[in-house]
Structures are given as C-alpha cells and as structure tokens.
Design a protein. Structure first.
Length: 305
C-alpha cells in the first residue's frame, strides 16, 4: 500500500533526501525522472513543488544542484557546494528519527523491538539550539564544565566556533577567553549555560571544521597530515569498507589474503585507539613510527597479563 504524502517538516526533509539520492547516483536524471522517483516512494508532487524543493536545497543548505543542458539532467556541483558531508550526515539523523517516529506512531509496541545504545547521549542536548544560535550570531557564552581528569568543575567564557558530533555525542568547540587555541567541551558536562550579549570576531586562521577533517575523532594532532596504510583481515575488511575510518579512506588491495587501505590523516590518539581496538585483525604497515608506537602499546598491554 502506498504511503500517504508527508506534509510535516520531516516529510519535506525526506523529499530532499530522495531528490539528492536520485541525483547522487549519477546518470544525470531528468526533472521527470526525479519526480517519478519521488512518486515511487509515496510523494505525489507537482512540477512547482519539485522545483521549489531543488531551490530550497540550494538556498537552505548550500548544496548546488545544477542542470546540465547537454545531458538534459541534474547533478551536484561539489566544487561550489558548502558543508556537503555535514549536510548528508544531517539528513541521516533526521531520516532515522522520522522512520522511528513513524514506526512508533503505527504501534506503541515498536520500542519493544528496538535497542538503543545506553551511552547517555541525550544529556545536554537541550543546549544544542542556544549553542548553535551563539555560533551563528557570534556571541560569547559562559558555562560550568566538569573535568573528568581533575574531577573539578570550572566556569568558562568561550567564543564558540563549531558544534561537533562524534560517536552519538555532541561537543562545542571554541576559544576560551584569554587563550588563542581551540578547546573542545562535551555538552553533556556543560551546566548553567548562558549566551552573553557580548559579540566576538572569529579568527580567520582558526578553522576547526577544516582541522577536524584531517583527523579522526576529537583530538587535534601535533603530527602533520601523512599517509597511513593499514592491513585488515578479509573479514574485518568487509566492515571497514562499509563503515570507513575516515573520509580519505581508499582501498588499495582487497583479496582473500587481506583488505589494505590508506588514510590521509594527522595521526592522533583516536587513530591509535581505532587501531588497537581491532586486535589481531589489523596490522599497521606505514608510517614506521606508528608501527613502533603500536608495537610498544601492545607490549605494555601484554605485560599486564
């Protein structure tokens, strides 16, 4: 049975997702083919609605959908689009929420069949909206933050630059008053948040999104970006291919003996943790200094048994 067309904001985002899905697959789909694709997924939309959706995707999210006349179809112009990966991740989050909401609406028993990670990722999410507004409007914020290492709480004044999501938790990245370096704070440990009336001018040379794009996780690295080559067992390689460690991941070898990948990253603590968690299903091949560090960590771990 065909689903009824969605009229909610969730439904609009779902249409955006389907339009982008169709265009991302290539082949320069025509306006009619995109509309038929929406029709197949339960959205009966007219030409004006579809045209407005394409314009809104461009206007609201900065994703440039371009019509190529000699191909009689559409494509995504990645060169002039902004924050493409962030937008795609946003669509994933919204669509997951919508599908779960629909399932719950159909049957209250749906939650009996779903198991969520119990990591406490919801704590502090009420701060997301004021934090995002402070970043956009360039307002300083003050808050109390609890440090797990010192077990002490401290009041901070921060110039916020970026909201960062990592492993289903959210972090605020910015510059603490009196410092000239970026700091990262988990929002689940933020209390007494206050958006100040004082504004600030962001430093051009501090671009946290760009720096995060060169690393895995939350810790900035003192190391320069370099080529890291990892060899996985064939079975573990299947998981790594479907859930890449980093956007730069490239498969070099994929056969019955190994799945070898390369990453172009600034090695940091989180990369080490990712390597170590795979146990004997992984081997570091390059760079040599990272090989030596992993060997040292494994020797220390073995020495505890």
């Amino acid at each position: 049975m065909r689903n009824k067309p969605h009229m909610s904001k969730h439904g609009t985002i779902r249409r955006y997702t389907l339009i982008i899905e169709k265009i991302k697959r290539g082949q320069f789909p025509s306006f009619r083919e995109i509309r038929e694709y929406l029709h197949e997924h339960g959205f009966e939309v007219g030409d004006r609605t579809l045209q407005r959706d394409i314009e809104q995707i461009r206007y609201e999210f900065g994703l440039e959908i371009t019509y190529i006349r000699n191909r009689n179809g559409y494509c995504i112009d990645y060169d002039i689009s902004v924050n493409v990966e962030s937008f795609f991740r946003f669509l994933e989050i919204v669509n997951t929420a919508e599908l779960l909401t629909e399932s719950l609406a159909e049957s209250k028993d749906s939650l009996h069949h779903i198991s969520f990670d119990t990591g406490g990722g919801l704590k502090g999410i009420e701060n997301l909206k004021p934090l995002l507004r402070a970043i956009k409007d360039k307002h300083e914020i003050t808050f109390t933050h609890h440090n797990f290492h010192t077990e002490k709480s401290r009041r901070y004044r921060l110039m916020p630059y970026l909201l960062k999501e990592y492993q289903n938790r959210w972090y605020i990245v910015g510059v603490v008053a009196g410092m000239n370096q970026l700091r990262t704070f988990g929002i689940e440990r933020i209390e007494n948040l206050h958006v100040e009336s004082i504004t600030f001018t962001p430093e051009d040379n501090l671009n946290p999104a760009e720096r995060f794009s060169e690393t895995i996780g939350l810790v900035y690295s003192e190391h320069p970006v370099e080529l890291v080559i990892l060899s996985f067992s064939p079975i573990q390689g299947k998981y790594i291919k479907t859930l890449p460690l980093h956007s730069s991941q490239t498969v070099l070898i994929d056969n019955d003996a190994e799945c070898r990948i390369s990453l172009r990253v600034a090695p940091n603590f989180e990369l080490m943790q990712q390597i170590l968690k795979h146990g004997d299903a992984i081997k570091v091949l390059e760079p040599q200094w990272l090989v030596d560090e992993i060997k040292g960590s494994l020797r220390m771990a073995l020495g505890k048994y």
